[in-house]
Design a protein around this ligand. Structure first.
Ligand code: CAA
Length: 408
């Protein structure tokens, strides 16, 4: 699938606003917030005021309906200044996609306009201590009690937890079922029994909180069951990830571009042997490779996002490819950027150390890159039937030994 990528005027406009906010509100404070491990509320307010939280939300629910391609472009710009802030933005899409993709009309009308206006931020509660890559192996339980559902258990690695108001929570609603075991619920901040547990002390993306979320008999009405039907949760989670992975991939493109920008400026300034290090061919080769990989990742991400927007039926594989390639690229580019900064790059006084720390999580969250490769391979193998006509061109073992018959 090679999707035609068309950049609408609206997408360009949103991208330009994101770039402005990134340079004005995000970059100048990134080191400070990273050190203190604090969230930049002022910058997120600026994002909301500029209407950027409307990007992926359709017009009928208070958004601008600019789609996943525009979401990727905005995320990239914010992540270019601070990768943690990039995910602090994109996780609002991740947390609201279950409602957007699987919710009832009433649920969409109730929650999405609040997200679009920036009145409510979102989080996505799938992972648990014992269920990371094995997203189906959840233990958090939801039991029906009259007209309500009661949720018990703990979620792990909830990005935006504490800051967010709306949590999409995936729970086991029918432990006896294999394929209809899981349901997703909206839990709002302040619901009795819902609390934030351990706040993680992280290696990178320190400007966005990642926490444990605790559900101690949290009672929600049946209206909060996403889609209004139990047992649809795993499908909703997978559909969400297909739509959200271009966003995390875009965060990676922004992170890679941000590291490359800094390396370029430094390489032009730093002198050794009486000349800027950017005049040395080995440094030039590194810079060229970093730029090539970042650009290749960008086009894969844009093409994937455009495919999602076009409603292509089989986006799972390309979403996994974009996520995997872009996030591996971000780590490679950040590593080379530290190398260009040399000894200074290893020091926290210089901004490139943060880029390096921030890059590592990208190949882990929203599905490890091992899971992405497994998803890609599974889909490739499934599609092999389209290649059945090639079979006759590959000799069997017997033909190889005794000579292939003429294919004419
Ligand atoms: N879309 C729709 N349905 C899908 C689907 C998709 N992309 N992928 C699978 N399904 C359906 C299958 O059709 C199947 O349905 P039936 O039971 O009706 O046949 C069902 O889901 C089960 O599918 P699988 O057998 O493929 O499931 P599996 O147990 O082998 O797991 C997996 C597949 C790809 C490994 C999945 O568990 C997975 O994606 N794991 C990674 C989890 C992940 O990404 N976590 C990230 C958490 S969020 C986060 O990190 C964000 C953050 O902090 C910022």
């Amino acid at each position: 699938m090679l999707q035609n990528v068309v950049f609408s005027d609206l997408a360009r406009e949103l991208q330009a606003k994101a770039r402005e906010i990134a340079e004005k509100h995000v970059r100048p404070n990134a080191a400070k917030f990273d050190k203190a491990q604090e969230y930049n509320f002022d910058a997120m307010r600026a994002v909301a005021d500029a209407g950027l939280l409307k990007t992926w939300i359709p017009k009928e629910y208070g958004g601008v309906g600019a789609g996943v391609l525009a979401l990727a472009m905005v995320t990239e710009e914010l992540a270019r200044a601070d990768s943690g802030f990039g995910v602090a933005f994109a996780v609002n899409a991740l947390g609201s996609f279950p409602i957007l993709l699987g919710g009832t009309e009433e649920q969409k009308k109730r929650w999405l306009p609040l997200v679009a206006k920036g009145e409510k931020l979102c989080a996505f509660c799938l992972s648990e201590k014992g269920a990371g890559s094995d997203a189906g192996g959840l233990a958090v339980r939801a039991e029906q009690d009259g007209a309500d559902w009661v949720i018990r258990g703990e979620k792990k690695w909830t990005t935006n937890g504490g800051v967010a108001d709306i949590y999409s929570v995936f729970c086991v609603s029918d432990p006896t079922s294999k394929s209809r075991r899981i349901s997703a619920f909206v839990v709002e901040k302040g619901t009795p029994g819902f609390s934030i547990g351990k706040v993680e002390d992280k290696m990178g993306i320190r400007t966005v909180p990642v926490v444990e979320t605790h559900f101690d008999g949290v009672r929600v009405p049946v209206d909060n069951l996403i889609g209004g039907r139990a047992g649809m949760g795993f499908k909703h989670a997978m559909m969400t990830l297909d739509n959200a992975r271009p966003g995390v991939a875009a965060q990676a493109v922004g992170a890679a571009q941000g590291a490359l920008d800094l390396a370029l400026v430094y390489a032009g300034r730093r002198k050794q042997f009486g000349a800027p290090i950017s005049s040395f061919q080995m440094v030039q080769q590194m810079l060229a490779d970093m730029a090539m990989k970042t650009q290749a990742a960008r086009w894969l991400v844009y093409s994937c996002a455009a495919a999602v927007d076009a409603g292509e039926p089989e986006v799972t594989k390309i979403a996994a490819m974009a996520k995997c390639f872009a996030t591996d690229t971000a780590m490679e580019v950040a590593t080379d950027a530290v190398q260009i900064f040399g000894g200074y790059g290893f020091m926290e006084d210089y901004p490139i150390a943060k880029c390096f720390r921030d890059a590592k999580i990208l190949a882990i969250y929203e599905g490890t890159n091992q899971v992405q490769r497994m998803v890609i391979a599974r889909n490739l193998i499934k599609e092999t039937e389209k290649l059945a006509h090639l079979d006759k061109y590959i000799p069997t073992e017997t033909q190889e030994r005794y000579g292939a018959p003429s294919l004419a």
